[in-house]
Ligand binder design. Structure first.
Ligand code: NDP
Ligand code: 8X3
Length: 252
């Protein structure tokens, strides 16, 4: 039976690549994000491959989030797969110099936004006793690195929430997984460094993961047989050994 997936943060990077990967395999899509123009363009591009519905909302806004998900037309109401992907790092500063706005953004989007979207969708999964939730964590959820403080905290929270969800939703037969990437070349650094020139240097001198690499892994996870749940997955580029150890070619 054809499945329907809701992907948050589908306007770029990992979310967009996952939408494309799912579309290639005929999974029906509900694509979410704040940038409406991008959502519309992506919808047009993927509609040749599968049915696509777009939802334009900010995951920080509790009311908007519930309203958007409640507004889904009948044909898209049943969500089999939820990819909680929307999120970013904002800033890279020592804790004594961090910006309150950056801290709010990371906790409100990466943690509370993920909770709001999940809260809006979980009841239909528990009722049907099926579903698969994949939360996009990070290697930053497994270890803390200097100046990573609040971003690392937000991703540690994503992992704690993932484990909690897996336990609490176990009686309902719902799969809950986390994918934890290291460095992926997306718009992530542009957002973190506010478009600063530093953003262009982050992926220099080594081959970073590409959004497609993560999308393929996510598709692999959702396409396992019903008795198999890949619960937690850490993926680095080969050049990366930890958040702070990356083998770079200095002349690159
Ligand atoms: P991108 O910046 O390319 O994508 C982020 C996505 O999140 C965009 O589609 C953006 O859409 C959406 N988003 C951001 N804020 C909000 C919001 N308030 N409401 C709704 N949507 C929002 O980065 P990535 O693809 O790299 O990031 C995706 C996820 O992967 C994040 O959770 C990130 O923490 C995680 N990750 C990234 C890594 C990396 O190195 N790139 C490594 C490990 C994890 P829009 O702006 O249109 O709303
Ligand atoms: C993104 C990876 O190392 O920039 O979650 O925190 S890192």
């Amino acid at each position: 039976m054809t499945k329907t997936a809701l992907i948050t943060g589908a306007t770029s990077g990992i979310g967009y690549a996952t939408a494309y990967e799912f579309a290639k395999h005929g999974i029906r899509l509900i694509l979410c994000g704040r940038r409406l123009e991008r959502l519309t363009t992506i919808q047009k591009a993927l509609e040749n491959l599968t049915d696509v519905h777009i939802l334009n909302f900010d995951v920080r806004d509790k009311e908007e989030t519930f309203k958007a998900i409640a507004s889904l037309p009948e044909a898209f109401k049943t969500i089999d797969i939820l990819i909680n992907n929307a999120g970013n790092a904002h800033g890279l500063d020592p804790i004594n110099a961090g910006s309150l706005d950056d801290w709010d953004a990371m906790m409100d989007i990466n943690v509370k936004g993920l909770l709001y979207v999940s809260k809006a969708i979980i009841p239909q999964m528990t009722e049907r006793q099926s579903g698969h939730i994949i939360n996009i964590g990070s290697s930053a959820g497994k270890e803390v690195y200097p100046k990573g403080n609040v971003y690392c905290a937000s991703k540690h929270a994503v992992l704690a929430i993932t484990e909690g969800m897996r336990m609490d939703l176990n009686p309902y037969g719902i799969k809950v997984s986390a994918v934890n990437p290291g460095l992926v070349e997306t718009e992530f650094s542009k957002v973190r460094f506010k478009g600063d020139a530093i953003a262009n240097t982050v992926y220099k001198g080594f081959k970073a993961l590409q959004a497609d690499d993560i999308a393929e892994i996510i598709y692999f996870m959702v396409s396992r047989p019903s008795h198999v749940n890949i619960a937690d997955l850490l993926v680095f580029p080969t050049a990366q050994a930890s958040s702070t150890i990356v083998k770079k070619e200095l002349w690159a």
